[in-house]
Design a protein around this ligand. Structure first.
Ligand code: DGI
Ligand code: FE
Ligand code: FE
Length: 201
């Protein structure tokens, strides 16, 4: 992705996302870029995927569903629910292709799985998943679900070991969801089991 294209995407995000969401988006893009530098991933792809990861977040539920249907995107039961916090990831993949002309499969998958993760993620997918959780604006955001006391620890960990960081984030997310009574998507559970080696003897 050329710098000019990235600037264009940034402008589009500024125009279509709510202010706080736009600021979070910039935080994710630059955190993803720094993680890419440390872990040897493509910095341009990390910026692009970070910039677009929540591109569908401010669309109505109805529009997100119809975008996914038009693009034959498979959705889980929890993704389809009215106030699903998961649907925007799959809708974001569709929007990134249709509206922003993204064809790079790795970037599209990083957008699709930034909320639940999945077993065997690529380096870029891991980076976007983690950057979304640790970006500098997270502790200020009202909707933050990170345990604040864990955040400093997770941020340090992310620059040392991505898989260990994924396990920590996923266990904290499952704890949070069970406290809150949120339904757990099978993909979130599988990702947790994979990165925390639950089946290992
Ligand atoms: O879009 P963001 O707010 O930046 O963050 P995100 O896309 O990672 O979404 C985070 C929300 O998704 C957070 O409140 C936790 C929630 N989440 C992740 N996995 C699951 C889940 N919610 C439910 N109900 N079930 C899951 O499996
Ligand atoms: Fe998101
Ligand atoms: Fe996000």
């Amino acid at each position: 992705m050329k710098a000019t294209n990235l600037a264009k995407l940034r402008k589009e995000m500024e125009q279509t996302l709510e202010r706080k969401r736009y600021e979070h988006t910039l935080g994710v893009a630059y955190t993803a870029a720094s993680l890419a530098m440390v872990h040897g991933a493509d910095v341009g792809k990390a910026l692009t995927a970070g910039m677009l990861h929540d591109c569908a977040k401010c669309m109505s539920h109805r529009k997100q569903i119809s975008l996914c249907q038009k693009n034959k995107m498979q959705l889980s039961e929890i993704e389809i629910e009215k106030h699903s916090p998961l649907l925007h990831a799959k809708a974001g993949n569709c929007l990134a292709q249709k509206k922003y002309g993204i064809t790079d499969e790795e970037i599209l998958l990083a957008i699709s799985y930034h909320t639940t993760g999945r077993p065997r993620m690529s380096l870029l997918e891991k980076i976007i998943y983690i950057a979304d959780y640790i970006e500098p604006g997270r502790e200020r955001a009202k909707r933050s679900y990170a345990d604040i006391q864990n955040l400093a620890l997770v941020r340090k960990m992310a620059y040392r070991d991505l898989d260990e960081t994924l396990c920590k984030i996923l266990s904290d997310t499952l704890d949070y969801l069970s406290r809150k009574g949120g339904k757990i998507d099978s993909m979130t559970r599988e990702t947790y089991e994979y990165y925390c080696h639950i089946h290992e003897t």
